[in-house]
Design a protein around this ligand. Structure first.
Ligand code: NDP
Length: 338
């Protein structure tokens, strides 16, 4: 039988808590009580979370992503259902969550426990462990959404090269890995040329220096790529569009360089290219399940492990600052119980 004192301590758990008050904005590792969890139908014992770019913004306060205080950071998690008021989930089920405002306006996965709406949860895809699901995380799932957009457009390896920008980042690393495995020839654009061997080990054929694309360019350039996965935005996205072949497609999901899009309509009206916007946060369940199912089948798990670095919950604070400073390569998985 559980003693009173065991019961009392078992309601406490660790979380990265983001707070904002008269003394300022801060994030810290804290011991919190289960009563701090928000309302929701399902309580999950979190096993792993990750550090995405948005988590970096939430932890450092460098971007206005957190809209409720105090809040547990972490836009995604994988874990086991502890309690459920919803017939779709029962204690012991393994689940994954990405987005839905978790880690922004609802306490999230950089914590040992989370309580969320059942509608936001997905069963852990068959063939993936909780750790692998979070090594993929929101960044990897978004990379898959981008690849699916290009494939739906009709692009195949015979169409031509695919450009991946922000190549060393989470979205970029997974996109290169997926595209190379699907047989595409990939050009990787990076500000870290010293990581060229890493990018080639993922399957990149060409390495392009970031500054070739990151400054103001011409409305139309040489037709270099059949498709693009862009996690960078700003001039890079503009130049990526200007260098896309007639009838090609660009999947835009990020803003690591900037939110602006200082473009002309030339690539759209003279080359008929298509720009697909990719959102992972409120993507319908059918869309996300399709992406996760493809990840479970297509992604080489040995390669995933090679781009993954594991840290403990307390190290998430430093990793949040590191991802914004461009010091993280590939994916960081957070073992919240370490
Ligand atoms: P990472 O920080 O892991 O990757 C971003 C990469 O972009 C960096 O590694 C770096 O690659 C490159 N980069 C960084 N700063 C600049 C700059 N100033 N100019 C040009 N390139 C730069 O982040 P993620 O991969 O997790 O996310 C990437 C972007 O995608 C973010 O903006 C994020 O918010 C967005 N995102 C959007 C989602 C959606 O639902 N639409 C979901 C997930 C992410 P290198 O060193 O190789 O140049």
């Amino acid at each position: 039988m559980t003693s009173y004192s065991e019961k009392a301590t078992s309601t406490m758990f660790k979380a990265i808590v983001v707070e904002k008050d008269e003394s300022g904005y801060r994030a810290g590792l804290k011991e919190v009580d289960e009563s701090a969890l928000p309302a929701g139908d399902v309580t999950v014992r979190v096993a792993y979370s990750t550090i995405n770019y948005k988590d970096g913004l939430a932890i450092t306060g460098k971007g206005p992503v957190v809209r409720k205080f105090p809040l547990h950071a972490g836009i995604d998690f994988a874990g086991t259902v502890e309690a459920s008021d919803d017939a779709r989930f029962k204690p012991g089920d393994k689940v994954v969550l990405n987005g839905w405002g978790v880690g922004e306006s609802h306490s999230g996965g950089l914590a040992q426990k989370a309580r969320v709406k059942a509608d936001w949860l997905m069963p852990l895809p068959a063939g993936l462990t909780e750790r692998q699901a979070m090594a993929i995380g929101t960044a990897g799932y978004t990379a898959m959404l981008c690849v699916l957009a290009l494939q739906r457009h009709g692009l195949t390896p015979a169409s031509g090269d695919i450009l991946v920008t922000g190549a060393n980042g989470g979205v970029g690393s997974v996109a290169i890995t997926l595209l190379a495995q699907l047989g595409f020839r990939v050009a990787a654009s990076t500000g870290r040329l010293q990581e060229a061997d890493y990018l080639k080990s993922l399957g990149a054929a060409d390495i392009i220096a970031r500054d070739e694309l990151s400054g103001p360019g011409k409305p139309l350039g040489k037709e270099r790529w059949a498709g693009v996965v862009d996690s960078v935005g700003s001039h890079t996205l503009v130049n990526a569009c200007a260098g896309t072949r007639y009838g090609g497609a660009v999947a835009a999901c990020g803003l690591a360089q900037g939110m602006d899009f200082p473009a002309t309509v030339a690539p759209f009206i003279l080359r008929g290219i298509t720009l697909y916007g990719v959102d992972s946060v409120v993507a319908p369940q059918a869309v996300r399940r399709a992406a996760w199912d493809r990840l479970a089948i297509d992604l080489d798990l040995d390669r995933l492990e090679a781009i993954t670095h594991e840290i403990g919950l307390g190290e998430a604070l430093q990793a949040g600052a590191d991802i914004l400073a461009g010091r993280i390569r590939g994916r960081v998985v957070v073992n919240v119980n370490r």
